[in-house]
Design a protein around this ligand. Structure first.
Ligand code: SF4
Ligand code: SF4
Length: 135
């Protein structure tokens, strides 16, 4: 089984469409929503992990593009530079997967690379540039 993590950006006209339903029913794909920001008046942004056979993934992505959805791959990595981190915790509430977490006793921040989905939500928040995109 193959997996693909992608960011979908929906135009307002597609926000209420059952896109993910079609991915499951018509393309036999499983999906896990990592993060979603969708409002009736604005563009929607969804970070999802798709899993299924390689051909199903290709067909599903082709279907999404055909619907006018912009797709970006989450192929890059996020790096945490511990030496730059001041443990200010500003990134903690922004991280949807708890890849950035804080030990409440010591107030030390840590980064779990395995949990990071490279959504980039923390990048602009960190005042010390301790979190960066690595291509
Ligand atoms: S990119 Fe940042 S906010 Fe997104 S999952 Fe990774 S550590 Fe968390
Ligand atoms: S926002 Fe930056 S400096 Fe603050 S805890 Fe997160 S990584 Fe460290």
């Amino acid at each position: 089984m193959a997996k693909k993590r992608i960011v979908l950006t929906f135009p307002p006209s597609l926000v209420s469409q059952p896109i993910t339903y079609h991915l499951v029913k018509d393309y036999d794909l499983k999906f896990n929503i990592m993060r979603g920001v969708v409002t009736p008046d604005e563009e929607g942004r969804l970070v999802i992990e798709l899993s299924g056979s390689k051909s199903s993934l290709e067909d599903g992505v082709h279907y999404l593009k055909g619907q006018g959805i912009n797709i970006e791959s989450l192929a890059h990595d996020i790096k945490w530079h511990e030496n730059k981190c001041t443990h200010c915790t500003a990134c903690i509430p922004a991280c949807p997967t708890e890849a950035m977490s804080v030990n409440r006793e010591t107030m030390e921040v840590s980064f779990d690379k395995e949990k990071c989905i490279a959504c980039e939500l923390c990048i602009s928040i960190c005042p010390f540039k301790a979190l960066v995109i690595s291509f």
